[in-house]
Design a protein around this ligand. Structure first.
Ligand SMILES: *[C@@H]1O[C@H](CO)[C@@H](O)[C@H](O)[C@H]1NC(C)=O
Ligand SMILES: *[C@@H]1O[C@H](CO)[C@@H](O)[C@H](O)[C@H]1NC(C)=O
Ligand SMILES: *[C@@H]1O[C@H](CO)[C@@H](O)[C@H](O)[C@H]1NC(C)=O
Ligand SMILES: *[C@@H]1O[C@H](CO)[C@@H](O)[C@H](O)[C@H]1NC(C)=O
Length: 364
C-alpha cells in the first residue's frame, strides 16, 4: 500500500488550493411517497441536504468486518469516540431508501461490479463489501487479492465485486526508463474494464502529487510532450479521454457507469472556518453550515463539466459537497496504531463512504 506508507513516513499534508466556482448536472432521485408529498415523479437533488444523528447507524461493526484495511479501521487503531459513525445523510426534499443488503444483492445478482480508481475507490469498495457482508452473513463468500485487483464473490448468486487500482485511468507506460503519462489513451487500462456490468470510477488525488509521489516523468498527448503542466488541465484532458472511451464502448442498455465525485480532504482549517486547526484532528462533529466555506472542490468542478456531456451514460455519485461537511470522519491520527501520521483524506469505516454506497444503491 504505497499510498499509506508514504503517509506514514511523514506528517503529510496534501496541500491543495481548492477554491473555484462550480456548475453542474444534478444527481436526481425520484421523490418517495412520504408524508405530505405525493408527486412521485418529481425529482429531487439528493446531494442537497444535511447530516442527521441516527442511532440505527453504523450499518456494520468494524471489528466484525474482515475486509477493512488497517488505515481505515480507526477503532482498531484506537479511536474511542464513535459519534462519527452515527450520522445519516438526509436530503432536504426526499429520502434515500434505507439500506437493505438483501435487496441490494438481488439487484446485482449474476452481475460483475467493479470499482476502478485510487484509494478513495478502495475506501468505497471496502465499505460496500462490509455493508453486504454484515447484512447477509449466511451467504458464503470468497475474497482474494491478485496484483492490482481485489475481488469479493458470492458464488451462490454469481455476484462478483472487485476493486481495480488504477489511479489516473489514462495509460501510464514505460518508455526506456521513463514513465510516460498518455493523456490521450486509455487502451491499456480499459482492457480490464470490459466485461463488467456495473463500473464505478474515481480519479483525482494522484493527479495532484508532485515529487516522490508523482507517478510519471513525462506527459504526452497528441504531439505534445511536456515535463509537467497545470494539474487541473491535465486532469480534464485525461477525463475527456476516458469519456470518449465510454462514449464509444459502453452500451448503456447493458452496462451501468457511475463516477464517484471528488472526495475532499480536510488539511487546511481555513476552508471550514478554523484557521488554527491542525488538519482535521480536533473535529468531532459534521459541519452544520449551509455551504462549505471553502467553496466547491475545483477538481469536482472539472469532473462535473466533463460528465455533463455524458449525462445519459454516466451517473455522478455527487458526494463531494456532502463529504465536505464531514470534517469529523477522517482517520487523522488513527490511521495507524502508532499515531505518528495524520490522514485527513481517507475516511474511517464504518463512516462516510457507507453513505456514498447508499446513493449507489438508490440509483441502481
Ligand atoms: C452536487 O450537489 C451539490 C449540493 O447539493 C449541488 O450544488 C451540485 O449542483 C451538484 N452537482 C451536480 C453535478 O449535480
Ligand atoms: C429487504 O429486501 C428484501 C428483498 O427485496 C425484502 O424481502 C425485505 O422485506 C426487505 N427488508 C426490509 C426490512 O425492508
Ligand atoms: C457454505 O459453504 C459450506 C462449506 O463449503 C457449505 O457446507 C454450506 O452449505 C455453504 N452454505 C451455503 C448457504 O451455501
Ligand atoms: C488563531 O490563533 C491566533 C494566534 O494565536 C489568535 O489570535 C486567533 O484568535 C485564533 N483564531 C481562531 C479563530 O481561533
Amino acid at each position: 500500500m504505497g499510498y499509506f506508507t508514504v503517509i506514514a513516513a511523514a506528517l503529510i499534508v496534501l496541500t491543495a488550493a481548492l477554491l473555484l466556482s462550480a456548475d453542474s448536472s444534478t444527481a436526481k432521485l425520484i421523490k418517495h411517497h412520504n408524508h405530505h408529498h405525493h408527486h412521485s415523479e418529481e425529482q429531487c437533488d439528493v446531494s442537497d441536504g444535511k447530516w442527521v444523528h441516527d442511532s440505527a447507524y453504523p450499518l456494520y461493526n468494524a471489528m466484525k468486518c474482515p475486509f477493512i484495511d488497517k488505515p481505515f479501521n480507526c477503532i482498531k487503531n484506537g479511536r474511542r469516540n464513535r459519534e462519527y459513525q452515527k450520522y445519516r445523510w438526509q436530503p432536504h426534499h426526499c429520502n434515500i431508501p434505507r439500506w437493505n443488503g438483501t435487496d441490494f444483492l438481488m439487484k446485482i445478482r449474476s452481475k460483475k461490479v467493479m470499482f476502478v480508481g485510487d484509494s478513495m475507490s478502495l475506501n468505497q469498495f471496502q465499505s460496500l463489501i462490509c455493508m453486504i457482508h454484515s447484512a447477509n452473513p449466511h451467504f458464503n463468500h470468497t475474497y482474494s487479492r491478485k496484483g492490482a485487483v481485489s475481488t469479493f464473490k458470492i458464488p451462490a448468486l454469481k455476484i462478483s465485486i472487485s476493486f481495480l487500482r488504477n489511479a489516473l485511468l489514462v495509460d501510464l507506460i514505460k518508455v526506456g526508463n521513463k514513465r510516460v503519462l498518455k493523456l490521450d489513451s486509455v487502451q491499456k487500462s480499459a482492457a480490464a474494464w470490459k466485461g463488467n456490468d456495473i463500473l464505478i470510477f474515481d480519479s483525482w488525488h494522484w493527479w495532484l502529487h508532485s515529487g516522490r509521489k508523482q507517478m510519471w516523468d513525462e506527459i504526452q498527448f497528441g504531439k505534445v510532450k511536456v515535463k509537467d503542466m497545470t494539474r487541473l488541465v491535465a486532469y480534464e484532458i485525461g477525463l475527456q479521454t476516458w469519456a470518449r472511451w465510454v462514449h464509444k464502448n459502453v452500451d448503456s442498455k447493458r452496462v451501468r457507469i457511475f463516477f464517484q465525485g471528488v472526495s475532499p480532504d480536510h488539511d487546511s482549517g481555513r476552508e471550514w472556518g478554523q484557521p488554527n486547526a491542525t488538519h482535521c484532528i480536533a473535529e468531532q462533529r459534521p459541519l452544520t453550515l449551509q455551504a462549505y466555506p471553502g467553496g466547491p472542490h475545483p477538481a469536482d468542478v472539472v469532473l462535473n463539466r466533463v460528465l455533463k456531456g455524458l449525462k445519459k451514460r454516466v451517473h455522478l455519485l455527487n458526494i463531494s459537497k456532502l463529504s465536505q461537511f464531514r470534517v469529523d470522519g477522517h482517520p487523522h491520527i488513527y490511521v495507524t496504531a502508532s499515531r505518528r501520521a495524520i490522514d485527513c483524506t481517507h475516511w474511517c469505516l464504518p463512516g462516510v463512504p457507507d453513505i456514498w454506497n447508499q446513493l449507489l444503491y438508490a440509483f441502481l
